[in-house]
Ligand binder design. Structure first.
Ligand code: SAH
Ligand code: SF4
Ligand code: F3S
Length: 433
């Protein structure tokens, strides 16, 4: 058998890109993944377009790869992901180093594209094929893997928030059929996976099961050996009664929810085309907490959206005070070419920076409080790997907090009960019970 060639993939952006990178590597016949770009025969940059300077980052990364190509002229270089979708043609024209461009909805055709570049030609595919790419991908290998995995169940977005590129780079909402997802989940469990995070740009808009995402979660709960289920990212308007109920009574569904609201001012929410109000979001959180009182909440926030006043921004701070997040991500608004909001006057950069600082101070205080509140409690921890200290293992709690504890290495991949003894902003210390 021929020795496999080496594939190096650098992944940017969201978890969906992490999942896509795995699937791209699996699709590339005759290649084996490497962590060392210097030994690669092919390098793929799996890119993200969500915030500013996305394309510039790709050009500078390509510049850094130039010496590798000079040293090894046979090295093939490709650009995949959301920047490839948005600007792939231009990148290929401007940067002669690039042999291959492939969009997020066409990477099932990588073997054909690779055959083309192997002959010294250039290959570009940024179609949104009508056919589901997952139907063309091979079944996933059952080789041993770590205890946690991502599984994409839904792709694309029909929401068109006025600031966001995702509907343009990923296309319209598509759901994978439930039976295929169940098969993939069983294969993952056979490979050693105990926890699956279901992924979608709008995962709770999933409709590949009669019962929606809640129905899929309940079906997955029946898979023996799968102990934990999570999902991300959700839109508040798709959080239906069945999904709220699942948080209350589905034991394998973990008590953690990432539910971005973006802003706390109704004026700004309207301009963002979010189609919900601050009040409706807060009521939704109340219903979720009624179903699952210990639910750990996470969110995304944008500060300095065009037209955001100090008063609007203070409404965001008030919403955060009211909700109390366990963790959150916050960003300065970044105008994205082709989106409606990019046409409007931008808020002053210094004002954005100052608001981001104030919001982040509040969010990190809330995060510390949420971590502190765990001290003295007993939690489930899925151990993943040895910690930095000898004799220690690290894993994630049910609430998705990192936990360190003295534990034997054979607990890797196992869920153990741990009493939390100490808290730092980003990790908890505990002891086995
Ligand atoms: N589908 C998800 C996440 C989309 S991207 C959702 O609807 O929540 C992840 C986050 O990036 C968004 O929630 C938003 O907070 C941020 N984001 C998206 N576009 C942005 C932009 N133009 N400027 C700044 N942040 C942005
Ligand atoms: Fe972007 Fe909005 Fe769709 Fe999320 S819901 S991916 S923020 S358009
Ligand atoms: Fe980025 Fe595309 Fe994900 S723009 S956040 S990689 S969907």
């Amino acid at each position: 058998m021929a020795t496999p060639r080496k594939l190096y993939i650098k992944t940017y952006g969201c978890q969906m890109n992490v999942y896509d990178s795995e699937r791209m590597a699996e699709a590339m016949n005759g290649y084996e993944r490497t962590e060392d770009p210097a030994e690669a025969d092919m390098i793929l940059l799996n890119t993200c377009h969500i915030r500013e300077k996305a394309a510039e980052k790709v050009y500078s990364e390509l510049g850094r790869l130039k010496p590798l190509k000079t040293a090894k002229p046979d090295l093939k270089i490709g650009v995949a992901g959301c920047v490839a979708q948005a600007e792939g043609e231009e990148i290929m024209a401007r940067q002669p180093l690039v042999d291959l461009v492939v969009g997020p909805q066409s990477y099932h055709r990588l073997p054909q594209l690779e055959a083309k570049v192997a002959k010294g030609e250039k290959a570009l595919d940024t179609d949104f094929p009508l056919k589901d790419k997952f139907e063309d991908l091979k079944r996933r290998p059952k080789a041993k893997r770590g205890p946690t995995a991502f599984l994409t169940v839904q792709e694309g977005c029909d929401k068109f928030c006025s600031f966001c590129v995702v509907p343009y780079t990923r296309g319209a909402e598509v759901s994978r059929p439930a039976d295929r997802i169940l098969q993939e989940a069983r294969d993952l469990v056979e490979a050693g996976v105990r926890e699956i995070t279901l992924l979608g740009q709008n995962v709770n808009a999933y409709h590949g099961h009669d019962g929606g995402l809640a129905g899929l979660i309940r079906a997955l709960s029946e898979v023996d050996g799968l102990d934990r289920i999570r999902f991300t990212t959700s839109h508040p308007n798709d959080m239906d009664d069945a999904l709220i109920a699942a948080h209350g009574d589905c034991e394998k569904l973990m008590p953690y929810l990432h539910l971005p609201v973006q802003a706390g001012s109704d004026r700004v929410l309207k301009a963002m085309n979010r189609k919900h109000t601050a009040e409706s979001y807060v009521r939704l959180i109340e219903r979720l907490r009624a179903a699952r009182p210990d639910l750990a909440l996470s969110g995304d926030f944008i500060v300095g959206f065009p037209g955001e006043t100090e008063e609007d921004f203070e409404a965001t701070l008030r919403l955060v005070e009211e909700v109390r997040y366990a963790s959150a991500f916050s960003f300065k608004y970044s105008p994205r070419p082709g989106t409606p909001a990019a046409e409007r006057a931008d808020v002053d950069e210094d004002v954005k920076s100052e608001r981001l600082q104030r919001l982040q101070a509040l969010l990190s205080a809330q995060q510390s409080a949420a971590q502190e509140a765990m001290v003295g409690k007993e939690v489930g921890v899925l151990f993943e790997k040895p910690g930095r200290m000898p004799g220690q293992m690290v894993g994630k709690s049910d609430h998705l907090m990192a936990v360190h504890a003295e534990a034997p290495q054979h607990l890797a991949g196992q869920i153990a009960r741990v009493r939390i003894t100490g808290a730092a902003p980003h990790s908890l210390a505990g002891e086995l019970v």
